[in-house]
Ligand binder design. Structure first.
Ligand code: RB5
Length: 147
């Protein structure tokens, strides 16, 4: 399974840490940038990660900015993307189980590297539960028609 990862300047440190961590677990990571701590615009990288998922090249994505919020707003504008901005391991696991989220958004100014790596672990390793949650995710996907 391939994982797409992207960040802006405010998420550059955690992107590198999470990328190395996810690779060490045996996943292939496609890094869409940014590749330095120079100031840039987070929607550019949110779009690039979403494109990797929507094209089928990557199954899941991880986006990091200062808060995780700007990345989640940008990613959720794409049809077929269910992005979750999470600040703890419980949310990172549950958003896979119940929401079938395909993008995890993280804020580097909100947490340390260890928590971010643990959240990434849970996000990529946890399957969607399906069952009663499938119809709710279908409702979410139906909202794409409004985009
Ligand atoms: C950049 O300063 C910051 O605004 C950005 O990384 C992000 O937190 C936006 O939501």
């Amino acid at each position: 399974m391939k994982i797409a990862i992207g960040c802006d300047h405010a998420g550059f440190g955690i992107k590198n840490a999470v990328k190395a961590h996810v690779e060490s677990k045996g996943y292939e990571v496609v890094d869409v940038g940014t590749y330095s701590a120079d100031s840039c615009h987070y929607p550019v990288y949110a779009n690039a990660v979403c494109e990797k998922i929507l094209s089928g090249e990557c199954a899941l994505g991880i986006l990091i900015c200062g808060t995780g919020i700007g990345m989640s707003i940008a990613a959720n504008k794409h049809k077929g993307i269910r992005a979750a901005c999470c600040e703890n391991t419980f949310s990172a696991r549950m958003t896979r189980m119940h929401n079938d989220a395909n993008v995890l958004c993280i804020g580097e100014r909100v947490m340390g590297y260890g928590l971010a790596c643990d959240m990434a672990d849970l996000f990529v390793d946890t399957p969607f539960e399906g069952g009663r949650h499938q119809a709710r995710v279908d409702d979410l996907n139906a909202l794409d028609a409004n985009k």
